[in-house]
Design a protein. Structure first.
Length: 319
């Protein structure tokens, strides 16, 4: 099975159970709970939007305020440009060398648990395919339940920008993303994998809560969920993850936004983890002279979360 590229990298920050945001607080610029921010400098208005790298039918309709922000800008930025070149590089980077297999690396017990999870997805991922990928790729496979649709907010925003005829670019390259993922040792990845397996076997309770918190734009709750989920992991690993996956990438994103705002106004979609906490992207832009302001909006159904589709995930506790 060819696992879709869109499911591979973009789910990382919001779906891997580690998500080490223990030092994060609600955005310190205004104390506002908003996922959409206007960033202005030299009379030019751009926008930063915090996404969640998880698919849900709740995201089938882009809020009007977010759509208007895209329409008003010249360049639309995702974390990575989903073109053929990047897809091929990611596909190549996730595979083990021919002499290795995942079962031998993580052990038969873990591999069996993984196989039970992914073969229950729609569509299923075969054990043979699973056995040929690296640990971090397997981690991403099980980071949320696959139900036959891939409507992550990132992809919907990208498709909307293309439909509007907008120029699209990436905030970072596939090589940069792969470098961050490869920076973790085998032992560290296995520690994170064990936590992800437990989340999946319990029916993805934290993923469900994250989507609810995201749709209600409750950034404090999101921080709390992330912090609770990773509390049993070693402090050194938490710190490393925070640096490699958030802080260092925030700097890359900031530099890219500075580059593209010299060419026009931008709409940048980044994982919501990048707009909260110390050293977040909004703070970095403010330090560069941008005026940062929250933009109020609501997701469809935000006031009635009981009706949100896509939250009642597969119950996998019968394994």
């Amino acid at each position: 099975m060819n696992f879709p590229y869109n499911n591979l990298i973009k789910v990382l920050l919001m779906a891997i159970p580690l998500l080490t945001l223990t030092s994060c607080n609600k955005n310190k610029q205004t104390g506002a709970n908003s996922l959409l921010w206007k960033v202005s400098k030299d009379g030019k208005e751009s926008y930063i939007f915090g996404t969640v790298h998880l698919p849900s039918k709740q995201f089938e309709k882009i809020p009007a305020e977010v759509s208007d922000a895209i329409k008003s800008t010249d360049i639309c930025l995702n974390e990575i440009e989903p073109d053929e070149k990047n897809q091929l590089e990611i596909a190549k980077g996730m595979r083990l060398s021919d002499e290795k297999n995942l079962n031998d690396i993580i052990g038969t017990d873990r591999f069996s648990k993984l196989a039970k999870i992914v073969t229950n997805y729609t569509p299923p991922i075969s054990q043979n395919y699973l056995n040929r990928v690296k640990i971090w790729a397997a981690l991403l496979f099980i980071s949320y339940p696959k139900k036959g649709y891939d409507l992550s907010m990132d992809i919907l925003l990208y498709q909307h920008a293309v439909m509007l005829g907008k120029r699209t670019e990436g905030l970072e390259t596939a090589t940069q993303q792969l470098s961050a993922l490869e920076s973790f040792t085998t032992e560290e990845q296995i520690q994170i994998l064990d936590d992800a397996i437990a989340e999946a076997e319990n029916g993805y309770p934290t993923v469900s809560k994250i989507i609810k918190a995201y749709v209600s734009q409750n950034l404090d709750e999101m921080v709390s969920l992330f912090s609770d989920k990773e509390k049993d992991l070693p402090e050194q690993l938490k710190e490393k993850y925070l640096n490699k996956m958030l802080i260092e990438r925030n700097l890359i994103f900031k530099d890219s936004i500075l580059k593209y705002t010299n060419e026009g106004s931008v709409f940048a979609a980044v994982g919501a983890g990048h707009i909260i906490g110390d050293g977040n992207l909004l703070q970095l832009l403010e330090n560069e002279g941008f005026v940062v302001e929250p933009v109020e909006f609501k997701f469809p159904g935000q006031n009635d979360l009981s009706d949100i589709q896509g939250l009642n995930f597969l119950n996998l506790d019968k394994f």
